[in-house]
Design a protein around this ligand. Structure first.
Ligand SMILES: Nc1ncnc2c1ncn2[C@@H]1O[C@H](COP(=O)(O)OP(=O)(O)OP(=O)(O)O)[C@@H](O)[C@H]1O
Length: 297
């Protein structure tokens, strides 16, 4: 079932074209990522989906209704960038206050427990750490028991451990049947969490694929480095169809190639009783794919 449908979305602020032409669909139960460089139009896109901004043209439906429909308010949970609360409000007060906005709120105590906030219920917002603030804003986005949650840059500013904890949390939210739309700058995050990713660049869709599919577009090039246990003739390896380049770097050898490169190289060396010590293999990453897709004009 399609949960979010965006068709030819366009939005400008005065002279600035924030979104030129964006289309994609999100299916029920997916974790769908929006990736793109600064100013690409990601936040504008999700704000239009959440009904917080009106599109200039194009069509957006969420759960079969037009974006902005009042009926959607309780069915979409939104955690947006810079959703700062007042410094003096306590965690408990914020949770109670937001609960009152919804007809069928989740049990805020349970949510606070799931998000590791129980010990902080009496703490004022201004005294929370970055990670705790982030977890509270996720809790507030989930208070209404939404069917769709929109999370914008949810782990920006978090340390690596807090980021990993948040990833586990997001997977847990999906397991409850919530469809998730994530805006992120972190490739590793997108790769780990998202079923599919749309890359937006300069207000338009640059690519839409699974993380693996995007990586494949960056090319199949691989780089192997190792120290051979005994000298051998370069031709032994350069004759392989998988090998494109071979170079010597002191005692180490670097090979660039594609296909089943590692297996081909190791098999040939093994035949001559040569061991490849200190072996490393580099493959294209989502970072490479991102740069490849959004590079220059
Ligand atoms: N309220 C606004 N008024 C005027 N221009 C805006 C406004 N909001 C965004 N813009 C401009 O629209 C463009 C797209 O901004 P948007 O915030 O949607 O991009 P983004 O991809 O979310 O960027 P970032 O990754 O930096 O958050 C940018 O050029 C931005 O400066």
């Amino acid at each position: 079932m399609t949960v979010i449908e965006v068709e030819n979305l366009a939005k400008r602020y005065g002279e600035t074209v924030a979104v030129r032409d964006v289309s994609f669909t999100v299916e029920a139960g997916e974790i769908f990522g929006i990736l793109g460089p600064n100013g690409a139009g990601k936040t504008t896109t999700v704000e239009c989906i959440a009904g917080l901004r009106t599109a200039d043209s194009g069509r957006i439906t969420v759960l079969g209704r037009p974006a902005g429909d009042p009926e959607l308010r309780a069915r979409i949970g939104v955690q947006l960038q810079e959703s700062e609360l007042q410094d003096k409000i306590t965690v408990r007060e914020a949770l109670e206050l937001y609960s009152a906005f919804y007809p069928n709120p989740a049990d805020w105590r349970e949510l606070a427990g799931d998000l590791g906030l129980t010990a902080k219920l009496r703490t004022r917002f201004g005294k929370l750490s970055g990670g705790q603030k982030q977890r509270l804003s996720i809790a507030l986005a989930l208070l209404g028991n939404p069917e769709v949650a929109i999370l914008d840059e949810l782990t920006t500013g978090l340390d690596p451990q807090a980021r990993r904890d948040t990833w586990d949390l997001i997977s847990g939210i999906r397991d409850r049947g919530v469809t998730l739309l994530l805006v992120t700058h972190f490739m590793e995050e997108a790769e780990r969490l998202c079923d599919r990713i749309v890359v937006i660049d300069k207000g338009a869709v640059a690519a839409l694929d699974t993380p693996g599919g995007l990586i494949n577009r960056a090319g199949d090039e691989q780089r192997i480095r190792f120290r051979p246990s005994a000298p051998f003739a370069d031709e032994l390896l350069t004759a392989l169809p998988e090998v494109r380049e071979l170079s010597h770097q002191g005692p180490r050898i670097e090979i660039i190639g594609s296909g089943n490169l590692l297996h081909a190289v190791i098999s040939v060396l093994a035949r001559d009783g040569i061991v490849a010590a200190e072996l490393t293999l580099e493959q294209a990453t989502l970072d490479d794919a991102f740069v490849h897709l959004t590079r220059g004009e």
